[in-house]
Ligand binder design. Structure first.
Ligand code: SAM
Ligand code: SF4
Length: 326
């Protein structure tokens, strides 16, 4: 099997597939409150086109697929797409990133379609604060989380973007909530992606001090978690409660990057923090064969940039995180 190895010897095994750039929330760090400039439906990859890309990636050793967005659960019939992608030989880990507003209704069908685990965005447990950050209702997310747990989506990881003056005072409460509910809390540093991300980066919090404080307060020790992601984990010595830290800004992890991203329009982004990309939609619509697509993907991976430059060039990435799914 030809493997997907980039110019720095990194093997690409993980695709983050954005199935829509739309969302029913407007998180302050992700998408502008008045944002309406969404991709046209004609430009969305069809399910057949999406399946072809994933199938060809999987034929070269890619095995972890994450469905993301925008909010992936607003894409019509996303469950049937997931069922098809899960049936592709080689895909052995299919996960979902969601804001959970629709999980209450959809958790069961998603599990049946092949989703094994979910990452849920949740920055606060305070309903007013939640509304301020996302323009949405906390209640729906909490219902969605319980539904995920009930149907056995496991693990449930909670992604918390930690911001000074916004929610940094809730870290202990979130640790406790996740411990009580058997969720894994992952704190994330704000990335200067798009105008929204840059504005939120004014409230940037480096996670190192929080990590040190948690080790001291809760007697935590290093832990390992499945998932192929960049988080570093700590676990409480006397319980299974686990906390992760994703530190793209204070301690980047580009040397172990194993992923690329595909937008709903079929743009293959080779790095979250760079503009290097390949447009797949035109060649898919021209009827490219699987064999020729293999060559296109191999050439693309060979051009994957070494690292992001969020610190050196914070103004570089103008697209919103909702286009590539984080
Ligand atoms: N809508 C889904 C959700 O919220 O989980 C999936 C897409 S969302 C873009 C994926 C992740 O990106 C979320 O965990 C969100 O918190 C994170 N994110 C968005 N903008 C960010 C930023 N500027 N810095 C850091 N993380 C960000
Ligand atoms: Fe929507 Fe997720 Fe972006 Fe929030 S982080 S606006 S839920 S896509």
């Amino acid at each position: 099997m030809t493997k997907l190895v980039d110019g720095f010897g990194r093997q690409i095994e993980y695709l983050r597939l954005s199935v829509t750039d739309r969302c029913d929330l407007r998180c302050s760090y992700c998408m502008p409150a008045d944002h309406r400039d969404f991709s046209e439906p004609d430009h969305w990859l069809t399910f057949d086109e999406t399946e072809q890309v994933v199938r060809v990636f999987a034929s070269m050793g890619l095995h972890h697929l994450r469905i993301t967005g925008g909010e992936p659960l607003v894409r019509q019939n996303v469950t049937s797409l997931i069922r098809r992608l899960n049936a592709i030989p080689g895909i052995d880990d299919l996960s979902l990133s969601t804001n959970a507003t629709r999980l209450g209704k959809m958790a069961k069908q998603l599990k049946q379609a092949g989703v094994s685990r979910v990452n849920v965005s949740l920055d606060t447990l305070d309903a007013d604060r939640f509304r301020q950050i996302t323009k949405g209702k906390l209640e729906k997310v909490l219902t969605g989380l319980q539904a995920a747990k009930k149907v056995g989506l496991s693990p449930v990881k909670i992604n918390m973007v930690v911001m000074d003056g916004v929610n940094v005072d809730e870290v202990d409460r979130m640790v406790e909530f996740c411990g009580q509910n058997d969720f894994t809390l992952r704190m994330i540093e704000t990335m200067p992606q798009g105008d929204t991300g840059r504005a939120s980066s004014q409230s940037y919090v480096g996670l190192h001090q929080i990590e040190k404080d948690l080790i001291r307060k809760h007697d935590m020790v290093p832990a390992v978690m499945s998932g192929g992601g960049p988080a570093r984990y700590l676990k409480m010595r006397n319980s299974s409660a686990t906390v992760g830290f994703i530190t793209p800004i204070s301690q980047h992890f580009c040397e172990t990057c194993n992923r690329v991203r595909l937008s709903v329009e079929g743009t293959l982004y080779l790095c979250l923090g760079q503009d290097d990309k390949v447009e797949l939609r035109p060649i898919l619509r021209a009827g490219i064969s699987d064999e020729d697509l293999q060559h296109v993907l191999l050439d693309a991976i060979a051009r994957k940039p070494e690292r992001h430059e969020f610190n050196e060039e914070p103004g570089k990435i103008v697209r919103f995180m909702s286009m590539t799914g984080g």
